[in-house]
Ligand binder design. Structure first.
Ligand SMILES: CC(=O)N[C@H]1[C@@H](OP(=O)(O)OP(=O)(O)OC[C@H]2O[C@@H](n3ccc(=O)[nH]c3=O)[C@H](O)[C@@H]2O)O[C@H](CO)[C@@H](O)[C@@H]1O[C@H](C)C(=O)N[C@@H](C)C(=O)N[C@H](CCC(=O)O)C(=O)O
Ligand SMILES: Nc1ncnc2c1ncn2[C@@H]1O[C@H](COP(=O)(O)OP(=O)(O)OP(=O)(O)O)[C@@H](O)[C@H]1O
Length: 531
């Protein structure tokens, strides 16, 4: 998930709609001042600028109408809310237009699309969903689109690219008002295509309402976000909104990876809405349109395979290590083909892609593979370690921590997963936030040392994180793998309320470069916890 310290950013673009258009989209009433131009739409009162429409939604923590006074004092010309919000607003001495809808979130997408001139209708929008692989697949598709002569915009967890300048993202999928503003800005800057990650939260909360998806892609589904969706079926149903004919946001065409049972169900659902390309990377299914053959992984982290697309055989190479990235690349190739890009052009473009913090290699000429990956949950860690183990014949080290003020139950599990799968586990700090870093490390160590000694990696405790990275690098021999897990693309470490600059990729590069000089021995850096 993106850092919550980031504030959503509305791109510099002027909507073309008026309040009358907004009211038309809501199908509600006005009070005669509806020719007023709307300068933007905001959900957070503190972000309102003069002339904006403030959407005061009921929330899990508060009712947005409680902040309407602030929004009005900042220049909001209208407030969209529900009947409860209207009651709250009745106490507020204001003469702004109040638009009342029983479920205001359900109209926010169409209102936003309307006031920004429905920009997504004028571009080819590709939406990528699934538990894992959204970010990676988006970057692969973006590279393929560029190579195919398209001008794509990108919206996702790490960053949003409107034109060329990347802006760090606050959410994986922005709320509808910002999303349509981004589309409008992309169109204004010459984009003809958009690649975006579509989270299950976004599909549940109507954030992508009003978006015209040309292609929807599904990567996979595994347990996640049950705090929000409660059941796996509910989670699946949220994802299915991108594909099901009865959903207002279903894509015109789909690409579905059918390597898991959920993908097979999704392909059936998508088939009711439009053409579907099925993809299989694990070799277990032959009845799919796109498969991988002749997979080979190299110790330097690269991998090659043939992508068989109907009667075409495309030779593909990836810089990204990890067998599951073959699945991501196949999905991306099939998406590119649906957009009209030659599969070989797409595959060639993907061969040079690095994805920020996702199986991202750090190459400083060292004779071992060094990788930064965002895996910050037990299942992701297990998959990442498994795939790296299969990539190499050498030993595997993992540098692992866990965030403070977040799910504490995962800490021992991450320790156990690491100790069972790696040869060296360096337990260190992630973002401790308000918690004591030593007690987070202790919980991970408890899990790591619960693995029977015969099956257990060497386990050491090293803090701070930079020293932990150095420890793993000094331990590595030619042919080994060092995985620095958990923080991926993040460029800060949150300790207390302060975010200190920290980038795993830089830390790895520094540690590798430092191999040439005499530094502390690994015995001086860490404390062995194996026994
Ligand atoms: C669970 C969830 O998605 N919640 C979203 C929901 O929050 P909420 O219902 O709790 O809202 P609330 O905090 O009670 O506030 C109610 C209203 O008052 C407004 N308000 C609130 C406080 C204030 O000071 N001023 C103000 O104006 C809020 O903007 C809101 O409109 O509505 C808010 C906007 O109205 C969203 O910003 C908020 O997303 C929060 C920030 C969030 O962190 N969401 C995450 C879980 C999320 O969506 N993640 C997915 C990816 C997940 C993944 O794959 O890892 C994503 O797409 O990013
Ligand atoms: N197809 C896949 N199957 C399993 N794991 C994957 C797959 N693709 C990527 N991963 C792993 O999942 C984690 C997240 O990858 P990525 O960011 O591409 O996915 P995501 O769906 O955007 O997830 P997130 O919202 O957590 O960023 C990383 O640890 C990555 O190595």
């Amino acid at each position: 998930m993106p850092s919550s310290s980031l504030r959503p950013q509305r791109p510099p673009v002027t909507p073309i709609g008026t309040l009358a258009d907004a009211i038309g989209a809501i199908a509600g009433g006005g009070d005669g001042r509806s020719d007023v131009a709307v300068t933007g739409i905001e959900l957070r009162a503190q972000d309102v600028r003069p002339g904006d429409l403030f959407a005061a939604l009921p929330g899990a923590r508060a009712h947005g109408a409680r902040f309407a006074g602030d929004a009005v004092s900042r220049g909001a010309v209208a407030v969209l809310t529900d009947p409860e919000g209207a009651d709250i607003l009745a106490d507020l001495a204001t003469d702004v237009v109040v638009l009342v809808h029983p479920r205001p979130r359900s109209v926010l997408g169409s209102v936003s699309a309307t006031v920004y001139g429905d920009p997504s209708a004028s571009m080819t929008v590709v939406g990528i969903t699934g538990t894992s692989g959204k970010t990676t697949t988006s970057y692969l598709v973006e590279a393929a689109l560029r190579a195919g002569g398209r001008t794509p915009g990108l919206i996702g967890t790490v960053e949003t690219r409107i034109g060329t300048d990347p802006v760090p993202s606050a959410l994986t999928t922005p709320e509808a008002p910002h999303l349509h503003a981004m589309f409008a800005a992309m169109l204004e800057q010459g984009c003809d295509t958009v690649v975006m990650e579509v989270s299950s939260h976004a599909l549940s909360l109507g954030r992508v309402d009003g978006t015209h998806f040309a292609v929807g892609a599904f990567t996979n589904l595994s347990q996640d976000h049950l705090d929000f969706h409660h059941t796996f079926e509910d989670y699946f149903a949220a994802k299915a909104r991108l594909f099901a004919a009865e959903s207002a946001v279903h894509a015109a065409e789909s690409v579905v990876c059918v390597d898991d049972e959920w993908g097979r169900r999704m392909a059936d659902i998508a088939g009711g809405a439009g053409p579907v390309t099925t993809v299989s990377a694990d070799g277990s299914r032959d009845d799919t349109a796109v498969v991988a053959r002749n997979w080979q992984a190299r110790a330097d982290g690269t991998q090659t395979f043939d992508a068989v697309i109907g009667d075409r055989v495309v030779r593909a190479q990836l810089r990204l290590p990890g067998r599951y990235n073959v699945a991501n690349a196949l999905v991306a190739t099939a998406v590119a083909a649906r957009v009209g890009i030659d599969p070989q052009v797409a595959a060639d473009a993907m061969s040079t892609v690095d994805v920020p913090g996702r199986m991202q290699r750090v190459d400083r000429g060292q004779p071992f593979l060094a990788v930064v990956d965002y895996a910050h949950k037990p299942a992701a860690l297990e998959v990442a370690l498994d795939t790296l183990r299969r990539q190499s014949t050498g030993r595997v080290a993992v540098v692992v921590g866990a965030g403070g003020d977040r799910d504490a139950e995962k800490r021992p599990v991450m320790g156990a997963v690491s100790a069972a799968a790696a040869d060296l586990v360096v337990v260190t700090d992630d973002n401790p936030r308000s918690e004591d870093p030593a007690s987070i490390r202790a919980a991970i160590l408890e899990g790591a040392t619960s693995v029977p000694p015969a099956d257990r990696a060497q386990v050491v405790e090293v803090s701070p994180r930079a020293d932990a990275v150095t420890y793993a690098v000094r331990w590595a021999r030619p042919g080994d793998v060092v995985l620095v897990a958990g923080k991926g693309h993040e460029v800060g470490q949150k300790v207390g309320d302060v975010v200190h600059p920290f980038d795993d990729r830089e830390a790895l590069a520094l540690a590798i470069d430092g191999l040439a000089t005499v530094g502390p021995s690994i015995d001086e850096l860490g404390e062995d916890r194996t026994s």
